[in-house]
Ligand binder design. Structure first.
Ligand SMILES: Nc1nc2c(ncn2[C@@H]2O[C@H](COP(=O)(O)OP(=O)(O)OP(=O)(O)O)[C@@H](O)[C@H]2O)c(=O)[nH]1
Ligand SMILES: [Mg+2]
Length: 454
C-alpha cells in the first residue's frame, strides 16, 4: 500500500485518448519528473486539467497531454493520485508508463485501484464487486442494477438486516443465560414472529438478487439434439445471422459454438452443439463428448426435435440424458408436414415446456426466448434487482436456511443453545455477503477477477 502504482485505465489499442493512472503517496511529485508545463502539477490546483508535455530521456518530448492531480481522500482510491491523458494508441501510453516506472512507480495488479478504495474504506466489498458489474454490464437493466449496488443501496439493506439479526441473537442469548428468570424481554411468540419477518425480508432480498445475478451473468442455454434436427439453423435464427454452418448432411457441426443474445436485458449464452449419436468418426465423437458436457453445464437445455420425422430410439436415448434437467422442447421444422408422433411425444413431454418452431421461417423464435428466461427472472422484480455475484446470492440463501433452522429449533424445543448456534450461522453468512470481517482469501478472490487499471 505504500508504493505508487501505475496502469493504463483505458483499453489498449487505438483510441482518441489513453488514460494513465497513478496512485499512492508522492504520485504528483513522481509525475512531475516527466510532465512539463508552465507550472508543475504539484503547484496546480487539484482536480484541474493542466496542458503539458511528457518528456523522455534526454528531455525529448514524446506526447502532448492533459494531466490532473487528486488530493488524498478525494480520489477513486482515496490516495493522492494523478491521471495523465495521452494521445490514444498503445505507444504514447506505454512509453508514459515505462518512464513513470523508471522513477519508481510499479505496474498495478488487476483490481488494485479498487482494492485500495476498499482498503481506504471508500467502498465496501459488495460495492467493489458491483464496480465489475458496471464494467461488464451488457444491457440497460444490468447497468441500473449494478449502479444500485454501487451506490450502496444493497449494502445498506444488508447492514440494516444484519443489525436486526444481531439484536434478535442478543435477546436469545440473554434468555439462554438466565433461563429461570423472566427477563421480560420478549416472549417466544414475539421471537417467532420477529424471525418470520426476518425470513420474509431475506426471501425478498434473495429474489431481487437472483434477478440481478441473471442480469449480470446471463443464462447458459445449450442447444441439444440428434444430428440434422436444425440446431445450427436455430442458433442462426436466434442471432439473425449465418453464424454456424448448416447443411443437410447429418454431423455437420463438430465443435460447440457459443454466442450471446440480449433478450429483455438478460444475456442468453446459446451453445450450438454437435448432434449426439453413436459415431466411429474421431472428430465427431469428441464433438459428441462436448455436447454431453454442455448438458451438464447449462442452466437450461433446448432439446431440438425434427417434428417432420419419426421419433426414434436415438431421441429416446437423449431424452434420458435431459429429462431430469431444466429444459424446453423445441419441435422444429413446423413449416413441414408433421410426422404423427403424438402418442409417443405426449408420453414424454407431458411435464415439459414444449414449443413449435421453424428455424427456417423464424416462427416461434421470440416465444422460445420468452420460455427460456421466464423461470430465471420475474420481470416485475427487475426494478428492484441488485447486481450481485453468485457468492453473495448463496450467502443470502444460507442466511435464510439458518434463520429457518433457528425457528425450527425454537418451536421443536430441542434447545435454545441450538437456536443460538443457528442464528449465529445466519449472522456470519450474511456478514460475508457484504464483507463484514471478510477472510483474506475472499478479498483475494474478489479482486482477482478485475482487469488491470481498475
Ligand atoms: N424445412 C425446414 N428445414 C430446416 C429447418 N431447420 C433446419 N432445417 C434444415 O435441416 C438441415 C439440417 O440443419 P442444421 O441446422 O445443419 O442441423 P443440425 O441439427 O445443426 O445438424 P448437425 O450439426 O449435423 O447436428 C438443413 O438442411 C436445414 O436447412 C426448418 O425449420 N425447416
Ligand atoms: Mg449443426
Amino acid at each position: 500500500m505504500d508504493d505508487i502504482i501505475v496502469a493504463l485505465a483505458s483499453a489498449w489499442g487505438e483510441s482518441g485518448i489513453a488514460i494513465v493512472r497513478l496512485s499512492g503517496k508522492g504520485s504528483t511529485e513522481l509525475a512531475d519528473h516527466i510532465f512539463r508545463s508552465k507550472c508543475p502539477l504539484a503547484q496546480s490546483p487539484p482536480r484541474y486539467l493542466t496542458l503539458g508535455k511528457l518528456i523522455g530521456s534526454e528531455n525529448m518530448p514524446f506526447d502532448e497531454v492533459l494531466a490532473v492531480r487528486f488530493e488524498e481522500g478525494k480520489s477513486y482510491t482515496g490516495e493522492e493520485s494523478v491521471e495523465i491523458y495521452c494521445h490514444g494508441g498503445t505507444i504514447p501510453a506505454q512509453k508514459c508508463i515505462e518512464e513513470l516506472c523508471s522513477f519508481g512507480a510499479r505496474i498495478a495488479l488487476p483490481g488494485e485501484y479498487t482494492r485500495r478504495a476498499y482498503t481506504n474504506k471508500r467502498i465496501d466489498l459488495s460495492q467493489a464487486e458491483s464496480v465489475l458489474s458496471v464494467i461488464k454490464a451488457q444491457s440497460d437493466e444490468a447497468l441500473l442494477a449494478a449502479n444500485r449496488t454501487l451506490q450502496g443501496e444493497f449494502s445498506n439493506k444488508i447492514r440494516i438486516f444484519f443489525e436486526k439479526i444481531t439484536e434478535l441473537a442478543a435477546i436469545l442469548e440473554v434468555d439462554l443465560d438466565f433461563p429461570e428468570e423472566d427477563t421480560g424481554m420478549i416472549s417466544l411468540d414475539e421471537t417467532l414472529s420477529s424471525l418470520n419477518r426476518l425470513i420474509e425480508t431475506a426471501r425478498e432480498l434473495e429474489e431481487n438478487c437472483r434477478s440481478g445475478l441473471v442480469l449480470r451473468e446471463g443464462i447458459k442455454a445449450a442447444i441439444i439434439g440428434k444430428p440434422n434436427v436444425g440446431k445450427s439453423s436455430l442458433l442462426n435464427a436466434l442471432l439473425q445471422k449465418q453464424r454456424a454452418i448448416v447443411t443437410p448432411i447429418p454431423g455437420t457441426t463438430r465443435d460447440s459454438i457459443e454466442e450471446t443474445v440480449i433478450y429483455r436485458g438478460i444475456p442468453i449464452h446459446f451453445i450450438d452443439t454437435a448432434g449426439i449419436r453413436a459415431t466411429e468418426d474421431q472428430v465427431e465423437s469428441i464433438g459428441v463428448e462436448r455436447s454431453k458436457n454442455s448438458i451438464e453445464e447449462a442452466d437450461i437445455i433446448i432439446w431440438v426435435l425434427d417434428s417432420s420425422e419419426e421419433f426414434t430410439e436415438e431421441d429416446r436415448v437423449l431424452w434420458d440424458l435431459i429429462k431430469e434437467k431444466n429444459h424446453v422442447i423445441a419441435l422444429n421444422k413446423s413449416d413441414l408436414m408433421p410426422y404423427d408422433n403424438k402418442e409417443l411425444l405426449d408420453d414424454i413431454t407431458s411435464k415439459s415446456k414444449v414449443i413449435s418452431i421453424s428455424a427456417l421461417s423464424s416462427e416461434g423464435i421470440e416465444n422460445l426466448k420468452g420460455l427460456i428466461v421466464e423461470d430465471f427472472a420475474k420481470f416485475s422484480s427487475f426494478k428492484g434487482s441488485y447486481s450481485v455475484t453468485s457468492r453473495q446470492l448463496s450467502g443470502i440463501t444460507a442466511t435464510i436456511f439458518s434463520l429457518v433452522e433457528t425457528k425450527n429449533a425454537l418451536t421443536s424445543g430441542i434447545g435454545d443453545d441450538i437456536a443460538l448456534t443457528c442464528i449465529a450461522d445466519a449472522r456470519s453468512s450474511l456478514a460475508q455477503v457484504i464483507g463484514i470481517d471478510p477472510t483474506e482469501d475472499l478479498v483475494e478472490r474478489i479482486f482477482g477477477d478485475f482487469c488491470v487499471g481498475k
